[in-house]
Design a protein around this ligand. Structure first.
Ligand code: SF4
Length: 449
């Protein structure tokens, strides 16, 4: 059993992010996709089409975000945008970009005319010297600034994203000053996550003792200016009065699956003591290895309920867009799949918990019980049974008579197989797996001349 902090799970149902390609014309010193750059491929158009088709059948995503690499370099980007727009199923089409090509007004206008209404622009330095040093591309700051000016004049929604490293940590409030003239709808601050330099030989991990005050000053300034903020991967208790800005949720991502294997794991010394242990990731392991557990800086919020190690990771509150905070058992469509089964066996259906890629039915019977878990149907790998939409498994059989649970499990499986008409969706879409995700390196025909 692993604590949920050991996992990095997307936790938001409403947004779909599509990695169109992995090329980039900048070379940010902290880049978390750098390792995959030139090795992973973007999502094939057909895969993206399938995701959009799914959304037409059963609305689950309100927004699609196109990202890369630097997605504006991708020749087929406009095909992706057109398909998303013509599907009519998304309320918003967002582009995540370094903003450099948006300095060309005709290109920025073309994107807006195509249907992009939200731009999420990366800005990591408060001035040209800092930003260009980080991006390793002279002129990138000026281009991004002109790009944002163009977006403002086009009247679209502008958000900024700043990755927090030692390179910009002293200047975070100044970054707010730099972008205030664009009145961004939101500023996001994402703590740097080492994907390959786990020993932090590049010295990018910012110690909390320095990052905390600097980030709080930036959040203070943004608040004074009426700019909404969001912070990822920074301990909640370090954010002071801005604790509510912590947002570690992630969209569904269509990306090379192997990419997720690189993501860091997280822990907190106070996990069992803190009220926010279920939503706050704490510190990533590379940080702990380098700088320790920070027992003096982290301050747990007293728990109001006893802590129990989650068995299945965080579960979403509802499968309905916009109802993410609904009670965890509010899933009538799913409960109908096993309705009546518990009663036939003197048991209770104690919980129906829905995660984006699984639905769990927790049965209690006598002094024990069992969990039935359905995941998206796949022909690969073992399953207790397969219904039209699902692979069905059981796990966590408990109590003094686990053999006695067999009729209950058999009945529940039969009910699911009979009632699943193939219209209920669980997501397999964490990523692409296999050859189609990885770019083959061109072979050299001889020694470089
Ligand atoms: S004590 Fe740990 S879990 Fe609680 S807010 Fe701080 S870092 Fe997060």
């Amino acid at each position: 059993m692993h604590s949920y902090k050991g996992r990095f799970e997307p936790t938001r149902f409403e947004d779909l992010t599509v990695t169109v390609d992995f090329h980039c014309h900048s070379a940010c010193r902290f880049c978390i996709v750098q390792e995959g750059m030139n090795r992973f491929k973007g999502v094939p158009f057909e895969t993206f089409q399938r995701a959009v088709d799914d959304n037409q059948k059963e609305l689950r995503y309100r927004r699609v975000t196109f990202t890369g690499g630097e997605v504006t370099l991708e020749a087929r980007l406009f095909d992706y945008i057109r398909h998303a727009r013509e599907s009519g199923t998304f309320e918003h089409l967002r582009l995540q970009t370094n903003g450099r090509l948006l300095a060309d007004m005709s290109f920025a206008r073309r994107l807006v005319d195509a249907g992009i209404d939200e731009f999420f622009v990366s800005l990591h330095g408060h001035d040209a010297e800092t930003q260009d040093y980080i991006s390793q591309r002279p002129g990138s700051f000026d281009q991004a600034m002109r790009g944002m000016e163009n977006l403002v004049s086009l009247g679209v929604c502008l958000m900024t994203n700043t990755v927090l490293t030692t390179l910009n940590q002293p200047h975070l409030a100044q970054i707010v000053e730099t972008v205030r003239r664009f009145s961004p709808t939101r500023m996001e601050f994402w703590n740097y996550l080492p994907m390959e330099d786990h020993a932090d030989e590049r010295g990018l991990i910012s110690p909390l003792a320095e990052l905390g005050p600097s980030l709080r000053a930036a959040l203070d300034r943004a608040e004074q200016l009426g700019i909404e903020t969001a912070v990822k991967y920074v301990p909640r208790c370090v954010l002071g009065s801005h604790a509510r800005a912590q947002d570690n949720t992630q969209p569904d991502v269509v990306i090379a699956e192997v990419f997720y294997d690189l993501y860091p794991k997280f822990s907190c010394l106070y996990e069992a003591k803190c009220e926010y242990a279920e939503t706050c990731l704490g510190l990533h392991h590379a940080y702990i290895e380098k700088l320790g557990w920070e027992p003096e800086l982290l301050v747990p919020y007293p728990r109001s309920t006893p802590w129990a190690e989650p068995e299945y990771g965080p579960w979403v509150g509802s499968d309905q867009p916009g109802r993410g905070s609904a009670p965890a058992t509010d899933h009538p469509d799913w409960a109908r799949l096993v309705a009546g089964v518990a009663e036939r066996h003197g048991a209770q259906l104690a919980e129906v918990v829905l995660q984006r890629r699984a639905c769990l039915f927790r049965f209690e019977q006598g002094d024990g019980g069992v969990d039935l878990v359905v995941t998206a149907r796949s022909e690969a790998g073992p399953a207790l049974a397969r219904s039209r939409s699902f692979n069905v498994h059981y796990r966590n059989a408990r109590g003094s008579d686990t053999d006695g649970l067999r009729p209950l499990v058999t009945d529940a499986v039969a009910a699911i197989v009979e009632r699943d008409q193939g219209e209920m969706l669980l997501d397999q879409r964490k990523g692409l797996v296999g050859d189609q995700a990885v770019r083959t390196r061109p072979k050299r025909s001889g020694p470089p001349g």
